[in-house]
Design a protein around this ligand. Structure first.
Ligand code: ADE
Ligand code: ZN
Length: 329
């Protein structure tokens, strides 16, 4: 699954120099192998493997359920504000090295609050501390997107999101939905989005990753999602494509993730070229980069290779990401 940059004509250094935003990355999914081992040590937990190579190997999945098992293992290891500050700062710096000037971190708020039994305030404050200290010397900006998870009862998610909304909203740019996804239209999560909007906070949502166009339509119509994470399933229905185009709803696409999690059969069948041709606003994200052995620049390289783009195309994708960012002004 490792990407093979050697056969690509991708002008990595030129693309690195383009200012860009990353709008689809999960804080919990940025924990690399050395950091995971350090977290285990810090908390006296047995690591899933003895060394970095072993953890890198453990980060290889045969599909979405196995990925979620790894993802939630990492989520459980993030406990203290210092843990959150460490990973936020570490990823901001990694992104900065790739020309990223703005990061929007999704964080699995309901995973921490409901499944981890952790209060939100120290988590939030740790993330903000890590982002702020990086911003001081990089001039980067950031936003935070607390996610609800559709495998949990909506009433519990509502309670958890109330806890989020009762804390500091300064850097919360949206709420989102992500996680185990096959039943997420069966419970009614719309009131949670309505409530966030009553605080002036819009909604975004994972949709059309493993599911189809109906999921994307549902997120737009019921959650009033102003951006969609992935959205590749929209291509199954021209009406949903038109909905995204007409309402100018960007899709934050993560091609490397889609390959790693078998959301598509392979690079040849990934709909990214068709999404661009259809006029959908696409931004590129790395989703859970060390878990998928990818990076922001690797995602631009995939777009370069798969869509036959030139530097104008690279600039257009970067500009999409800057235009779609949710910066509080
Ligand atoms: N959480 C982290 N990565 C995710 C993905 N690819 N899909 C849904 N939820 C996620
Ligand atoms: Zn995601």
């Amino acid at each position: 699954m490792t990407h093979a940059p050697s056969v690509s004509s991708f002008p990595r250094e030129l693309v690195r120099a383009i200012p860009k935003a990353e709008l689809h990355v999960h804080l919990e999914g940025t924990v690399d192998a050395p950091t995971l081992l350090a977290l285990c040590e810090r908390h006296g937990e047995k690591p899933p493997a003895d060394d970095v190579e072993g953890v890198v190997d453990w980060y290889k999945f045969d599909g979405f359920p196995m990925f979620l098992d790894r993802y939630f293992t990492v989520l459980r290891l993030l406990r203290d504000p210092e843990d959150f500050a460490l990973v936020a700062e570490q990823y901001m710096r990694t992104a900065h090295e790739q020309g990223v000037v703005h990061v929007e971190f999704h964080s699995s708020a309901t995973g921490h609050i409901l499944e981890g039994g952790k209060p939100w305030a120290p988590i939030h404050d740790g993330i903000i501390a890590g982002c702020s200290s990086t911003a001081d010397d990089t001039d980067m900006t950031w936003g935070l997107i607390p996610d609800i998870s559709p495998h949990l009862p909506a009433a519990d998610c509502a309670r958890a999101m109330d806890e989020v909304l009762a804390h500091d909203l300064e850097h919360i740019v949206a709420i989102g939905m992500g996680g185990p996804a096959d039943t997420w239209t069966t419970d009614d999560f719309s009131p949670i989005y309505d409530r966030a909007r009553s605080f002036g906070i819009p909604g975004v949502s994972h949709a059309g990753e493993h599911g189809g166009a109906d999921e994307v339509r549902f997120a737009v119509e019921h959650f009033q999602a102003i951006r969609i994470q992935h959205g590749i399933g929209a291509m199954q229905d021209p009406e949903v494509v038109q909905l995204l185009v007409d309402r100018e709803i960007p899709c934050d696409v993560c091609p490397g993730s889609n390959i790693a999690l078998h959301a598509v059969d392979g690079a040849e069948s990934h709909p990214l070229p068709r999404m661009l041709d259809a006029g959908i606003t696409v931004t590129l994200g790395s989703d859970d980069p060390p878990m998928f052995q990818t990076s922001v620049l690797d995602e631009y390289e995939r777009a370069w290779d798969w869509c036959n783009l030139d530097m104008t195309g690279m600039h257009a994708l970067a500009q999409n990401s800057l235009d779609a960012r949710l910066v509080k002004r």
